[in-house]
Ligand binder design. Structure first.
Ligand SMILES: O=C(O)COP(=O)(O)O
Ligand SMILES: [Mg+2]
Length: 232
C-alpha cells in the first residue's frame, strides 16, 4: 500500500510551455481530499512552489531546487541541503568560460535560491559540465533550465529526509517525473512512474511509463495506482 505521492512539476504537471494541466490539478485535489499527501518536487524555488501549493490545495510539503531545499507543510522549517557557495564558484567559472566566447548567461531567480544555481539553456549542458568536471558539482539539464547542484543532493535524497519528517519512508511514495532530475526520486520511491514525454534516464528507472504525455500522463498514472493507496 502507498501512502503519499511525490510529483515533479515542469513537464509532468505542465506542458512544454509550462502551462499547468487543469486535469492534473483535479487529480491532486482528489488525492488530498482522500487524505493522501501530495508533495511537489521541483527544480523551482520555494516561493514559486508555495503559491502553487496554496492554489492547488496541498499542505505545503515541498522539495525545491532539485532537493536543495525541502519542507514539511507550510509551517515547517525550510531545510537547506548542499553547498550553494561551491555551486556559485562553479557558476563563476562557467560564466567566465562562456564570456570568452561572447556569450552572456541568464540566471533564474538567484535571489530566491538557497542551495542550487539555475540558468537559461542558452549554452550546451555537456560543455557546461566539462568546464566544472573537477568540482563536486553536478550539471543537471531539466529541459527547462540548467542547474548546478552540489554532489550527493537530489530530489531522491530530499525525499528520504522529507519522508522521515512526515513519519513515512520513501517506499510509501508513488513518485512521478519526466527528467534527469527525477531519476533518483523515482528509484528511491516505492514505485516510480514517468509521463510519456520523459527522457531516457528516468524512463529506464521507472516501473511504469504512461502512454500519455504531460498532465494527461500524470492523471493516467494516478488512476493506475489509485487502488493501491491507503486513505487516511
Ligand atoms: O526547474 C526546472 O528546471 C524544472 O523544474 P521541474 O523539476 O519541476 O521539472
Ligand atoms: Mg520536470
Amino acid at each position: 500500500m502507498f501512502k503519499a505521492v511525490v510529483t515533479d512539476l515542469d513537464g509532468t504537471l505542465t506542458d512544454r510551455r509550462r502551462r499547468i494541466s487543469t486535469a492534473a490539478i483535479e487529480a491532486i485535489r482528489d488525492l488530498v481530499d482522500a487524505g493522501i499527501p501530495v508533495v511537489l518536487a521541483s527544480g523551482n524555488t520555494t516561493c514559486s512552489l508555495d503559491i502553487l501549493c496554496k492554489m492547488i490545495g496541498t499542505d505545503g510539503s515541498i522539495i525545491g531546487e532539485n532537493g536543495g531545499v525541502y519542507r514539511h507543510r507550510f509551517d515547517g522549517k525550510l531545510q537547506v541541503a548542499g553547498r550553494q557557495d561551491i555551486c556559485r564558484e562553479a557558476y563563476r567559472r562557467i560564466e567566465e568560460h562562456f564570456a570568452e566566447e561572447g556569450k552572456t548567461l541568464t540566471l533564474y531567480s538567484p535571489e530566491n535560491r538557497f542551495a542550487d544555481i539555475a540558468f537559461a539553456r542558452t549554452v550546451s549542458p555537456a560543455e557546461t559540465a566539462a568546464i566544472i568536471a573537477d568540482m563536486p558539482v553536478r550539471t543537471i539539464d531539466t529541459g527547462f533550465a540548467i542547474h548546478l547542484q552540489y554532489n550527493g543532493v537530489s530530489k531522491g535524497t530530499a525525499l528520504s529526509e522529507l519522508a522521515a519528517l512526515m513519519g513515512l519512508v520513501p517506499d510509501d511514495f508513488l513518485a512521478v517525473g519526466d527528467s534527469e532530475n527525477d531519476t533518483e526520486m523515482i528509484r528511491r520511491a516505492g514505485v516510480g512512474a514517468v509521463v510519456g514525454n520523459a527522457v531516457p534516464g528516468p524512463m529506464a528507472a521507472a516501473e511504469y511509463v504512461a502512454e500519455k504525455k504531460y498532465g494527461e500522463g500524470f492523471v493516467e498514472i494516478v488512476r493506475k495506482y489509485r487502488p493501491y493507496f491507503r486513505e487516511r
